[in-house]
Design a protein around this ligand. Structure first.
Ligand code: ADP
Ligand code: MG
Length: 492
């Protein structure tokens, strides 16, 4: 509705909306960094006011910026609207692609409004300085780690889009940028993607990537040979400093102190710092608290294990890169079975491909499962000896079966279904959901093998059982209410 009438606004209405937008921006600029405002709100515009619902509509040029604006600007913008326009109004944002071109009548010149000068371009560093730095620090880079081959998914979106924003304007958007997450989930990949992107867009920038262990070695060497000054001088030439796996600074007090000084120097000069770690700053308790708090000054973003669909997409990307092909079902099976991290997912794919070449014929599901078993990923088809959790008292098979049947009955009743519904081929949402819960319990609490589970539910294919349970576990890990409901079933 709103989007349809924007083109019919009178010039008075356009003026009023533009003026409101200007006033809001000036107000937001009192609490937010103007450069950050410029990078995210540049093409945005106030595109309408709904007096009935008391909403100021802010148009956003594309979905990428939408996420950023929603996250970082909803609060300050709402506050501004309430301060300078009407205390009962709120801001809603909406993607309006007509703004993409940057020449819409409702847009304004933000640079001029916020008096942001043109970026001071750092003096070009000649190649020999770069070469000297490279040989001094022994910089290691992986040219294959780019944004193009990093598969994005919902739970790493913030880290991914912030990394892209930084690579376009290092030092000015999020500084420092702190990425954390478990091993093998793409932290180093993302960090080096920033490097790759900066050097291709800004060849004059000097980007230094150091694994923390190497940084520690450099510091120790510099102290021993009384060359700390030289180290600091080298860092002076660096525009972007990337330190990978800072958790290794734990317990290294002297190195931490030196890094703290380097950090402050970079920060004061608006030079970008990117740091990765296996934990959030607040959990790095073996680091000086002043470093912990420095790390949290900019943007802290985590990377989680990709969900099933993303794992499939990652496998497809890697297959394409290797010019290999694998049946969709088999790719699915690998993605279902390997759920630890992306590095292991890649390792699994390599083993499967090797087997394919050795065989010189199409692989079956069994081949895949056998290959994965060599990496310790089992398909769980052995008969259970004991339940995987529960009481320490041995429980007879008969009584276990009875307990399981009664649990499935409780789950079905809770969702207004029958046990037969759960055992049927029905795939409606409610039946699938209740069935997933029952399967989850069958595996987790009763230690049932996948084979027994699929037989109990009358299914023909164990891959879908794995998928069902995994999907449920993923959903549950983020749903506290669900955890409570489960506990209630389990406690009976
Ligand atoms: P970390 O530094 O978190 O331990 P890495 O960056 O070394 O993890 O990633 C491990 C491997 O997984 C790398 O080969 C990387 O390319 C790959 N990888 C991780 N996440 C993704 C992703 N989202 N898309 C594509 N490849 C990924
Ligand atoms: Mg790493």
């Amino acid at each position: 509705m709103l989007l349809n009438i924007i083109n019919e606004y009178s010039s008075d209405t356009q003026d009023a909306l533009r003026n409101l937008w200007k006033a809001l921006l000036v107000n937001v600029a009192t609490v937010e960094d103007p450069k950050k405002i410029l990078s995210f709100l540049n093409k945005c515009a106030v595109i309408g006011i709904d007096e009935k619902e008391k909403i100021v509509w802010l148009g956003i040029p594309n979905d990428f910026v939408y996420q950023q604006v929603k996250k970082f600007f909803t609060k300050p913008l709402t506050k501004s609207v309430q301060e300078i326009f009407n205390p009962t109004y709120k801001v809603e944002i909406i993607t309006y692609t007509d703004l993409q071109q940057g020449n819409h009548p409702l847009q304004i010149d933000l640079k001029q409004l916020l008096k942001i000068e043109e970026k001071i371009v750092s003096p070009l560093l000649d190649e020999s300085t770069k070469t000297k730095l490279t040989s001094y620090f022994g910089i290691l880079f992986e040219p294959a780690y780019t944004f193009d081959n990093f598969v994005m998914w919902a739970n790493s979106e913030l880290a991914h889009s912030a990394a892209m924003a930084i690579s376009k304007d290092p030092g000015n958007v999020y500084n420092p940028f702190f990425i954390y997450g478990n091993v093998g989930l793409g932290k180093t990949h993302l960090m080096q993607a920033i490097w790759n992107s900066i050097i291709s867009n800004n060849p004059d920038k000097v980007v230094l990537y150091l694994p923390t262990t190497r940084f520690i070695d450099q510091v120790i060497k510099a102290i021993r040979f009384n060359k700390l000054g030289e180290l600091m001088q080298k860092l002076d030439d660096v525009d972007v400093l990337m330190l990978d796996d800072v958790q290794f600074l734990a317990g290294k007090d002297k190195t931490q102190e030196i890094f703290h000084n380097i950090f402050n120097d970079f920060y004061a000069k608006h030079k970008q710092i990117v740091v990765t770690s296996d934990q959030a700053p607040k959990d790095l308790t073996l680091l000086e608290s002043r470093l912990q708090s420095r790390f949290a000054l900019g943007l802290v973003a985590d990377i989680k294990m990709p969900d099933h669909e993303t794992r499939v997409a990652i496998l497809q990307t890697k297959l394409k890169k290797k010019w290999e092909q694998l049946d969709k079902e088999l790719v699915d099976l690998i993605a279902q079975t390997v759920d630890t991290n992306v590095r292991e997912l890649e390792g699994a794919l390599n083993i499967v491909i090797t087997r394919k070449h050795l065989r010189q014929q199409e692989l079956t599901e069994n081949d895949i499962l056998e290959s994965l078993a060599t990496l310790g990923f089992t398909n769980d088809t052995e008969e259970p000896t004991t339940p995987s959790s529960g009481s320490s008292k041995p429980v007879s098979n008969a009584s276990q079966n009875q307990q399981f049947t009664s649990l499935v009955g409780r789950i079905a009743t809770y969702y207004g279904l029958t046990v037969d519904d759960l055992k049927s081929q029905k795939r409606t949402q409610d039946v699938s959901y209740a069935r997933q819960i029952a399967m989850y319990f069958a595996k987790q609490q009763f230690g049932r093998t996948l084979e027994r589970i699929w037989q109990y539910f009358g299914w023909k294919n164990h891959a879908s059982v794995i998928y069902s349970i995994k999907t449920f576990e993923e959903r549950m890990s983020e749903d506290d209410a669900m955890k409570k409901t489960l506990k209630q079933f389990a406690d009976k």
